[in-house]
Design a protein around this ligand. Structure first.
Ligand SMILES: *Cc1c(COP(=O)(O)O)cnc(C)c1O
Length: 406
């Protein structure tokens, strides 16, 4: 285990690291989990101790609540342990805050930021809104066009933000090839790795410099918290930390404790929801109501071969496109579902369905893609939870029947 518990230093598998990460004896005392340490003020035994602590501010040093307590330190240490190549992990109050914090750590006025065209909506909005206000220019690129990416890099390009797969349209891009090109040009690679987490995609090992996650999704896993993280190697971790401190980013010890609880079971939850999602995706693919199923572990999905080469796992999130229907059909389908809630977010134990229109969130790669029908525009994203797969399939079947009445 971590710290001063028994630890021979032998290499450990990721399931063991998930179970043991961050459980230092000095943080947990004799109980299994670190307590929720609430506190703004930390008291010093005397003035000399206060002076001594001043020089050591950071994880593991009691100083003041904004610098965390053992609850938050345990979570960030556990996340670092599951991210091969990470020197440390910074916690943020949400996934969006993590993306903003990581981008602010590396970008300066005058820089160009490249953003994958299948990025999640708030990331796009940040790139074209907030960052523009700070003098950064955002340019989008087609994640499946490696040559186009190389051509998009210019003198002023400082960083690139990947999201792999894109959390709505699900293409898997060639991150090792793209990050190699970025590195050649001195461009810093950031990735929103929320979909796979390091269990399915060890992003730093695959060439990224900073790996970001919305912990709200798989790590929390129970739809009861918002948190984010950014992990990096020795080169970028200090910058991330410094920027987060300067921005006053803190997370509550209650949320950190919940995230730690979720983290311990994340691998089994992911494996189960991936299996269930793949079975449902295969069933949907054979349905006449469905034009396309976009699910990286499903053969035929865009970038499936790259997924099979680079990933060690998946999750329960995928998308399908309705065949020849209208938005009213789509509304009838989602309204008829009994076991799927209609809502944002994903990665919880409960299944969700979300209608979305891909063309509204892309600017630099065409939608529908080449070879598709003009009408292939109505997306439904499913987040598959831990219910019985057969119940979820039966639910979709009855909802398709209701969709086509009228
Ligand atoms: C949800 C999500 C985020 C943002 O996370 P919050 O914790 O909701 O702020 C970032 N990236 C992706 C891909 C997401 O789906």
């Amino acid at each position: 285990m971590s710290g001063d518990r028994k630890d021979s230093g032998k290499p450990k598998g990721i399931a063991t690291r998930l179970a043991e990460g961050g459980r230092r004896l000095e943080w947990t005392m004799p109980v299994v989990n670190p307590p929720v340490w609430r506190g703004s003020t930390h008291l010093f035994a005397n003035d000399a101790e206060r002076e001594k602590a001043l020089g050591k501010i950071g994880d593991g040093q009691f100083f003041y609540g904004r610098h965390g307590s053992p609850t938050q330190w345990a979570l960030s240490e556990a996340l670092t342990e599951i991210e091969p190549g990470a020197a440390g992990t910074v916690l943020y109050p949400s996934g969006v805050a993590a993306i903003a914090g990581a981008l602010m750590a590396v970008l300066r006025p005058g820089d160009v930021l490249l953003v994958t065209d299948n990025a999640y909506d708030p990331s796009r909005a940040m790139a074209t809104g907030l960052l523009t206000d700070f003098g950064v220019e955002a340019r989008f690129f087609d994640p499946m066009d490696t040559d186009g990416f190389a051509a998009a890099i210019c003198e002023r390009t400082r960083a690139v933000l990947f999201e792999n797969p894109g959390s709505l349209t699900m293409e898997v891009c060639d991150v090792p090839a793209l990050t190699a090109i970025a590195r050649e040009h001195g461009v810093i690679s950031l990735i929103d790795n929320t979909w796979a987490s390091p269990i399915g995609f060890p992003a730093l090992e695959r060439g990224c410099d900073i790996a970001i996650m919305s912990l709200t999704k798989h790590v929390g896993g129970h739809s009861d918290l918002l948190l984010g993280s950014a992990s990096a190697g020795a080169k970028y971790y200090p910058r991330l930390k410094r920027t987060a401190q300067a921005l006053g980013q803190v997370v509550s010890p209650d949320d950190a404790a919940l995230a730690l609880r979720g983290l311990r079971t994340m691998k089994v939850r992911l494996e189960q929801s991936t299996r269930s999602a793949l079975a449902i995706a295969e069933w949907l693919k054979a349905r006449p109501e469905v034009a396309h199923v976009l699910c990286p572990p499903l053969p035929g999905s865009p970038g499936h071969e790259i997924w099979a080469r680079d990933f060690t796992g998946g999750c329960g999130l995928f998308t399908f496109i309705l065949e020849g229907r209208t938005p009213q059909h789509r509304s009838r389908f989602v309204d008829a579902l009994e076991h799927f809630g209609i809502g944002y977010s994903w990665g919880g134990y409960e299944s969700l369905a979300l209608p979305f229109d891909p063309e509204s969130i892309r600017t630099d790669s065409p939608w529908p893609p080449a070879g598709w029908n003009e009408g292939d525009r109505l997306g439904i994203r499913l987040s598959i939870g831990l219910e019985d797969t057969n119940d979820l399939i039966a639910d979709c079947e009855q909802a398709f029947a209701i969709m086509d009445t009228e």
